[in-house]
Ligand binder design. Structure first.
Ligand SMILES: [Zn+2]
Length: 375
C-alpha cells in the first residue's frame, strides 16, 4: 500500500512511503493456533470442551488480518499528522465507479469524462474476466474490449454486453455473437454482475469511516480514476505514485525523479506463544517469559561495532534477541551475529521495520496500461 504527502500549493509530493501489511502472517498464525487447539482437543489426554462456537461477532467485525491493515494505516496517519499539518486526506475507496458505468449510455458525455469512464469500464472488465481472453483464455497479451452481441446487430455499449478478447479471437469472432462463436458460457457470465463491483470492500469502508473521525475532509476516488490520473501524467506504476494520484486532486501532481521513499514493513510485536511446536504440532520447546535480554528486545534498530571475528565491522540493523546474549542482526549487508556487548540501541521496536526505497522512479511499465478507450 502506498502513502504520499503532497504540498497543497504547488501540488507536489514531498514525502512518500510504501507500507507492507502482515495480513498473511496473521492468517498463518491464527490457523496454526486453531489447528493446535483442535489437535489438543482430540488428543486422548483429558476432556476439553469445544469453545469455539459460543462467540458472537460485533457489528463491523473484520477478520484480524484485515483489521490489522486498517490499524496500520491509522497508526501511520496519526504519526504523520503529528509530524506535519495535514489539511485533507484522499483515499481510493473503490476499484471502479459502478455509477459512472451505469450512466455509460448518456449521450453527449464530454470527451474527458468519456475517457475516464473508459478507464472505469476497462478496470471492471479486467477484474470480471480475470485479465484473460474470454474465449481462448490467453494471458499476458493486449486485450481488446469486445461486444458480445456486436453493435452492428443491435448490441449495446453497456458493460453487460462487453467482454475482453485477444486480437485473434476478436478478429475471428467478427460479427458473430458469443453464442454463435461457440461460447454461450461467455454470454451467461456477462449477465452476472461482479460481486466486488458493488464496492463491498469491507476493509476500505472501515478505513474510510475511521478516517472521517479525524474531522479532516476525506476525498474519495476510484481505482480507475487513479490509473487515469497516473497514465495521463506519464508516471510509471508504483504504489506511492498511485497514492499521489488518488481522486480529483490527483489529476495534476508533481512527482520528482529523485524522490526517496520509505519502505515500511509491519512486523508485529512478537508472539505470546510460550510453547513452540514441531511441524506435527507436538510441543517441542519452550520460550522464556521475558522479552528483554540484556536491555535489548527483538525489533530494536541497533548499531553494532564488532571488533574482531568473522563479523568484524560496523553495522546497523534490526535485532533478534536470544537469552544467550548472541543476537542476530538483519542488516543491509545480510545477516550478522553479534554479542550484546557490542550493540547500541538507536531506535526502540515499534512494530515496523524500515528501509530506504529507490531514489529514482521505477522503470516504466505500460504493459498493464490501457490502450485506446472503447469506441
Ligand atoms: Zn483469445
Amino acid at each position: 500500500m502506498g502513502t504520499a504527502i503532497s504540498l497543497e500549493k504547488p501540488k507536489c509530493v514531498i514525502w512518500a512511503a510504501e507500507l507492507t501489511h502482515r495480513g498473511q502472517a496473521i492468517r498463518d498464525a491464527l490457523s496454526s493456533r486453531s489447528q493446535q487447539r483442535r489437535f489438543r482437543r482430540q488428543r486422548k489426554t483429558r476432556y476439553r470442551a469445544a469453545r469455539f462456537n459460543n462467540r458472537r461477532r460485533s457489528a463491523g467485525w473484520l477478520a484480524p488480518s484485515l483489521q490489522s491493515r486498517v490499524e496500520n494505516i491509522w497508526t501511520w496517519g496519526v504519526r504523520l499528522a503529528r509530524a506535519c499539518p495535514i489539511t485533507s486526506l484522499s483515499q481510493e475507496l473503490v476499484r471502479f465507479d459502478t455509477q459512472l458505468m451505469q450512466n455509460a449510455e448518456i449521450s453527449g458525455v464530454e470527451y474527458q469524462q468519456g475517457e475516464l469512464q473508459g478507464y472505469e469500464v476497462r478496470g471492471y472488465l479486467l477484474e470480471k474476466w480475470g485479465r484473460q481472453c474470454a474465449y481462448c483464455g490467453v494471458k499476458d497479451l493486449p486485450l481488446e474490449v469486445e461486444h458480445i452481441i456486436p453493435s452492428t446487430r443491435g448490441g449495446s455499449n453497456r458493460v453487460s454486453n462487453l467482454s475482453l478478447a485477444c486480437h485473434d479471437c476478436n478478429q475471428e469472432k467478427g460479427t458473430q455473437t458469443a453464442a454463435e462463436f461457440g461460447h454461450p458460457d461467455v454470454q451467461a457470465k456477462a449477465k452476472q454482475p461482479l460481486k466486488d463491483a458493488a464496492a463491498v470492500n469491507a476493509t476500505r469502508w472501515a478505513l474510510f469511516h475511521r478516517l472521517k473521525l479525524t474531522g479532516l475532509p476525506v476525498e474519495i476516488g476510484t481505482g480507475g480514476r487513479t490509473k487515469f490520473n497516473r497514465i495521463h501524467q506519464g508516471y510509471p506504476k508504483a504504489h506511492w505514485i498511485d497514492a499521489a494520484c488518488v481522486g480529483e486532486s490527483g489529476a495534476s501532481v508533481a512527482v520528482t525523479t529523485g524522490q526517496v521513499i520509505l519502505l515500511i514493513k509491519a512486523m508485529g510485536h512478537g508472539s505470546r506463544q510460550m510453547c513452540r511446536t514441531d511441524k506435527y504440532g507436538v510441543p517441542a520447546r519452550h520460550r522464556l517469559r521475558q522479552k528483554r535480554h540484556f536491555g535489548f528486545q527483538t525489533g530494536h534498530i541497533v548499531k553494532a561495532i564488532v571488533p574482531t571475528g568473522k563479523y568484524a565491522g560496523t553495522y546497523v540493523g534490526r535485532v533478534a534477541c536470544r537469552a544467550t546474549g548472541r543476537f542476530d542482526l538483519v542488516t543491509a549487508a545480510g545477516k550478522v551475529t553479534a554479542s550484546y556487548k557490542h550493540l547500541k540501541t538507536l531506535h526502540h521496536s515499534d512494530g515496523y521495520t524500515y528501509q530506504k526505497g529507490q531514489g529514482a522512479l521505477p522503470p516504466p511499465d505500460f504493459r498493464q496500461g490501457y490502450p485506446a478507450p472503447i469506441r
